[in-house]
Design a protein around this ligand. Structure first.
Ligand code: GLY
Ligand code: MN
Ligand code: MN
Length: 442
């Protein structure tokens, strides 16, 4: 599918946000939704600021990700307002004057100091649901973050508008381009740090622009789920490469993982291929009405089947899952919602009014326990790892005898495998944004 025109899909997105906010305010008993964009944070005893991270509740309305000190105001029945801070400052680059496809949908007022916002916020702060961090307080406008309002907004964030899917698609286009560059750097013998730089260059994004810290893991580092160390020098021998890296597009994220054997004829490449094929079968389960926790359990069966067929574990896949043996090799959740945040919110919400659906017993790291609806965008990210700590637990447990430890030892230097795509749930066939993104490069 071609990249959709953002300007043509955006009006319906703003209308959707207004309708959602109307209902959230009604639920919470407030008259206005007020959302600060966020504030710069400074390091303790220092004048250095941390990288600015926009309030997700703010960027949900408009593609403004570099505008600290700005505000969104929504009052039912009125045009939404953006109070846009454009300071007089000759030390830094200040935000450009408001422009782009979003502007005509708002009353935009430009302010020059953060305090000027007070003149444009609704008259009575007590009637406002103010969603933000305490540091964003201006005058009596103190973020109160009412749960009824936030639950409503976060529950419905699970279903993306066509505009949002187009934004994730664009983020994915940056990500797949950079993944290809990273693979080339790996094949050329670059260090983890060098591969990371090649990735950022190809994505045209600095580390702080990315939706999460790149995981660039050579050899046994692939067994560390969130490995973010990045050795500055290449290892003496190259066995494998796991890269979990995303990219952003005006506040929307992509989240992609690929795994490679250095020797394409190795047994490890066969395992990578098996996980890749299983991952595509799991992606096919992303269908309306499916409980995401069932997809997670199905993925365990798939990974257990691979472990059995590779003669790593001599147990039936079913008993590997039942006894928790598969979780020693696949110790994380099958995925999560993705959108404005890489781990998008609302994954455990029982309803638009709140409540929590717990993950299945024995699977505490699953981040999404809801039933899928058309418009949901999720990741599917199965894996098999040979992590020292978990292999030790397995070796000391009652199922140690079912494991071929020579084979585990032979695979340890390869670390692990993860394959991760982003998949859109539709009324029919799922749409794999990541595979489509890679195919578009060919
Ligand atoms: N990159 C973090 C994750 O895959 O969830
Ligand atoms: Mn992920
Ligand atoms: Mn990831």
């Amino acid at each position: 599918m071609a990249l959709q025109d953002l300007a043509s899909t955006y009006p319906a997105h703003v209308a959707h946000m207004q309708a959602l906010a109307d209902r959230a305010l009604e639920r919470g008993g407030f008259d206005h939704l007020v959302v600060p964009s966020g504030t710069l944070h400074y390091q303790l005893f220092d004048d250095r600021d941390y990288p600015y991270a926009v309030n997700p509740q703010f960027k949900a309305w408009a593609p403004l990700v570099r505008n600290p000190g700005s505000w969104l105001v929504h009052t039912p029945g009125e045009r939404p307002k953006i109070i846009y801070l454009q300071p007089f400052d000759y030390w830094h680059v200040v935000p450009d004057a408001p422009s782009g496809y979003w502007v005509e949908h708002f009353d935009v007022v430009v302010i020059r100091t953060p305090e000027e916002a007070l003149r444009h916020l609704p008259a009575d702060p007590a009637r406002c649901a103010i969603l933000g961090e305490p540091l964003s307080t201006v005058g009596d406008y103190v973020p109160n973050n009412p749960a009824a309002v936030i639950n409503h907004l976060e529950y419905h964030r699970a279903v993306k508008t066509p505009y949002e899917i187009a934004m994730i698609r664009r983020a994915t286009a940056h990500g797949v381009r950079a993944h290809r560059a990273a693979e080339r750097a790996f094949r050329a013998g670059a260090s983890e740090f060098g591969i990371h730089l090649a990735y950022c260059q190809a994505a045209r994004q600095d580390a702080n622009d990315l939706p999460y810290g790149n995981i660039v893991a050579l050899n046994e580092h692939g067994a560390v789920l969130h490995y973010t160390e990045r050795d500055r020098m290449p290892p003496r021998e190259l066995h494998s490469f796991l890269i979990d890296a995303g990219a952003s597009h005006d506040g929307y994220a992509c989240d992609i993982t690929r795994s490679y054997a250095f020797d394409r004829d190795s047994e490890f490449q066969g395992l990578v291929d098996a996980v890749d094929a299983a991952e595509q079968r799991i992606c096919d389960k992303v269908r309306a009405g499916t409980d995401y926790a069932d997809i997670h359990l199905y993925a365990h069966l798939e990974m257990a089947t691979i472990l059995n067929q590779a003669r790593v574990v001599d147990m039936s896949p079913e008993s590997m899952v039942e006894t928790g043996v598969s979780a020693k090799f696949f110790p994380h959740g099958i995925g999560h919602y993705i959108g404005l945040q890489v781990h998008d919110v609302g994954g455990f919400l029982a309803s638009e009014d709140g409540g929590r659906v717990e993950p299945p017993a024995g699977h505490p790291y699953l981040r999404l326990t809801r039933t899928l609806e058309p418009g949901a965008v999720v990741t599917i990210e199965p894996g098999i790892y040979f992590a020292e700590l978990l292999m030790k637990e397995l070796a000391e447990g009652e199922h140690a005898g079912a494991v071929d430890w020579d084979r585990v030892d032979a695979l340890r230097p390869y670390g692990g495998i993860r394959i991760e795509d982003e998949v859109v749930c539709t009324d029919g066939e799922p749409v794999n944004l990541t595979r489509e993104g890679f195919a578009a490069l060919d």
